[in-house]
Design a protein around this ligand. Structure first.
Ligand code: APR
Length: 252
């Protein structure tokens, strides 16, 4: 692994334009279950169609609401891990650095990352399912069995996250795709690479000539197209990668 880390660091000179795409795996060591890891995956206990879809919400808004309130409690109990902090440090070592995440937690921001692009929204913001008016959630509404009513149109409030079958925020996708076309390095961390369109960003970068580095304990669709596959947990691999990048700068 050490040689791979040193090799990966060679692809990240000071003037590099880096796009980093993260998935649920970067938050796994913070105790936040990923979606597809069998033993703890969120979906393993629930049917995704039951929960993270407009149809599921329409069918049983209370079930979906309680599930997201449970996830919100989990996220609030979590702290950034060494992987989140390493990415915040790496951004400071690179001329251009854009962090694009599929995660709806705020652990990147808590670790000091700025201008984080959330492709799938955030579990810390809420909006009306009908008129899309933003909604400030009260503590009482957090504990309720049913979602609150919108203060503008009285329809149901929902989490401001992207559900299966819904389109992503076009401005975030546009910015992520443009940056992926232009970057010199695409660093992919903790994603199964199974969900479109985020899963296409590493391919876009590669086809545009960027070096793709994948950080994941398991091989998968991304490692199969990566120039460097750093097999391991992000909380261990990323600090080592940042140290190797910093060492190269110091000895340059
Ligand atoms: N460090 C790095 N990667 C890890 C770690 C870790 N400690 N632990 C697990 N992983 C990897 C797993 O090997 C897997 O490849 O993280 C990945 C998690 O994959 P998913 O659970 O599919 O999560 P993600 O890729 O983010 O899912 C994408 O799908 O369910 C939807 O909207 C949801 O944003 C999510 C999207």
């Amino acid at each position: 692994m050490r040689e791979d880390i040193v090799r990966a660091a060679q692809f990240i000179p000071a003037d590099s334009a880096v796009v980093c795409l993260t998935g649920a795996g970067v938050s796994a060591e913070s105790g936040v279950p990923t979606f597809r890891d069998s033993q703890t995956g969120l979906w393993s206990r629930f049917d995704a169609e039951e929960l993270a879809t407009p149809e599921g919400f329409k069918r049983d808004p209370g079930l979906v609401w309680r599930w997201y309130m449970w996830r919100l409690e989990q996220l609030e109990a979590a702290s950034p891990n060494l992987g989140h902090h390493a990415l915040a440090e790496l951004a400071r070592l690179c001329e251009g650095f854009l962090l694009v995440t599929q995660n709806v937690d705020d652990l990147h921001e808590q670790a000091g990352s700025v201008d984080v692009l959330h492709l799938h929204g955030s579990l810390f913001s809420f909006r009306c399912a009908s008129c899309a008016a933003p909604h400030h959630l009260t503590a009482e509404q957090r504990g309720a069995d049913l979602p609150p009513a919108c203060g503008v149109c009285s329809e149901l409030v929902r989490p401001d996250v992207v559900w299966f079958g819904e389109s992503l925020p076009w401005d975030a996708v546009e910015e992520a795709a443009t940056a992926s076309h232009r970057c010199s390095v695409m660093l992919v961390v903790g994603t199964s690479g199974l969900v479109y369109p985020a899963s296409q960003l590493p391919l876009v970068a590669r086809q545009a000539g960027a070096t793709v580095i994948d950080v994941n304990p398991e091989p998968g669709p991304i490692s199969s197209i990566a120039d460097v596959f750093l097999q391991g947990k992000s909380g261990e691999v990323l600090p080592a990668l940042v140290r190797a990048v910093a060492d190269r700068r110091a000895s340059a």
